[in-house]
Design a protein around this ligand. Structure first.
Ligand code: SF4
Ligand code: SF4
Length: 416
């Protein structure tokens, strides 16, 4: 049941948009050129004052996942940071039927907890997605086919299932990675063996737009999973529309735009709606989006998040998001941007480092953030920034004080 557009949608989305103003260790990570293993790790924050009305919320709408034939819960379960199978069971009771995990979420603990949570549930009632990945990190492009197959079979054992409904080529930052022959050959063999059903691609890295256009055009991918939130930059609406027309499912992630609001003293949500509910409604106003995944680790989040299922974006909530956007616009490093990277003579991975800072500051995952930062090549760490005149700064259209934020991040996350 597709969600149709409505005239208010354009107005409210525009009102939000106008407010914007605008590694690696080990063989598994080499060659992928991308260091983050945590793009969904960290639970999104729960509202500080849960409302009585949210209690017992259920999925109110299911939407087609492209040509897969599956109708996914509009608000679905991201398993980053998951450790409690009871949360999965509660989510299923409330109607969530789509689960997204990865071997590198909590060093495979997420896959194990998901497997325990879905045990006993008819397998065809659920859609289980994971990644071409290992608990230690991403598979490089040249990983031998047999090793890729082995990685997926390990996921199957951990989850306790005979097949994955969807497997993503993970952390894609280039067409070369998107189309890496060994990854595709492994997928084809796994599909022939009935161990995987559909192929997807997940990314929130630079070159996002070009990668996603290619993924839709090439015809091999059934689902794209993309960072998408209420600022909508880079503008992916054309990619989503084309994907929808060609039967490619679109799953949105990072829908809370960093969720800095818990740290903004002057940010007050409305009384009736949480920030997350408003953000989800904005994403789901786009009829080309199949559904969204949000990291869920606590039972209370199910009540809060599912309260937004099937609900339209109100003008009041659009205004709430616009206000948040104005507050964070100069501190939020946009997924899929990377426009400043080539300006740095030392090759500091600015976007990655600022994302690690977000994991520590906004998700409370300081240990994970420090672990990731410690993996950055010492010659490319942000300690370079203190004595630099910041040629990177003019490249940021959002006016992030890049040098200042990197210097702070180095102090926050530097290895002992
Ligand atoms: S301030 Fe830091 S990131 Fe920017 S150019 Fe200088 S060393 Fe590179
Ligand atoms: S600092 Fe600015 S230019 Fe650099 S990646 Fe982030 S948003 Fe883009």
């Amino acid at each position: 049941m597709a969600v149709s557009g409505r005239s208010v949608r354009g107005l409210t989305r525009r009102s939000v948009l106008s407010s914007a103003g605008a590694l690696a260790a080990g063989w598994a990570l080499e060659g992928c050129g991308y260091q983050s293993q945590l793009f969904l790790v960290g639970s999104a924050p729960t509202a500080e004052t849960p409302q009585e009305a949210w209690s017992g919320s259920r999925v109110a709408r299911y939407r087609p996942l492209g040509r897969t034939g599956f109708e996914m819960s509009d608000i679905s379960f991201g398993c980053a940071g998951l450790s409690d199978p009871a949360v999965v069971r509660r989510a299923i009771e409330r109607g969530i039927n789509y689960f997204d995990t990865s071997p590198d979420y909590s060093h495979a603990q997420s896959e194990r907890a998901l497997g325990e949570g879905i045990r006993g549930v008819p397998r065809d009632a659920l859609f289980v997605a994971s990644k071409l990945c290992t608990p230690d990190g991403h598979l490089r492009n040249e990983t031998p086919v047999a090793r890729v197959i082995e990685a997926v079979e390990s996921s199957l054992r951990r989850i306790g299932t005979d097949h994955l409904d969807l497997v993503h080529v993970h952390a894609v930052n280039s067409i070369d990675r998107l189309m890496a022959p060994s990854l595709h050959e492994a997928f084809d063999r796994l599909r022939e063996a009935g161990k995987v059903r559909f192929l997807g691609v997940s990314s929130h890295t630079p070159n996002l737009e070009a990668v996603m256009h290619h993924a839709v055009d090439v015809g091999r991918f059934d689902v794209i999973m993309v960072a998408y939130n209420f600022e909508n930059w880079p503008d992916l609406s054309n990619v989503f529309r084309k994907a929808h027309e060609r039967g490619v499912g679109v799953v949105a992630m990072k829908t809370l735009k960093g969720a800095h609001h818990t740290h903004l003293a002057d940010f007050e949500p409305t009384e009736r709606t949480s920030f997350a509910q408003a953000a989800f409604s904005w994403v789901l106003e786009n009829p080309d989006v199949s559904g969204l995944v949000v990291s869920i680790r606590e039972l209370a989040q199910i009540d809060e998040y599912l309260y937004a299922s099937g609900k339209r974006l109100s003008d009041e909530n659009a205004a709430l998001l616009g206000r948040y956007d104005r507050l964070v616009t100069r501190s939020y490093c946009r997924p899929g941007c990377g426009e400043c990277l080539e300006r740095c003579p030392h090759g500091v991975p600015i976007d990655d480092v600022l994302r690690y800072r977000m994991y520590a500051e906004n998700y409370g995952r300081t240990d994970e953030a420090m672990r990731l930062y410690a993996r950055v090549d010492p010659a490319r760490r942000a300690d370079r920034c203190a004595s630099c005149d910041a040629p990177c700064a003019p490249a940021c259209r959002f006016g992030l004080p890049i040098r200042e934020r990197l210097v702070q991040t180095e102090r926050l996350l530097r290895p002992a």
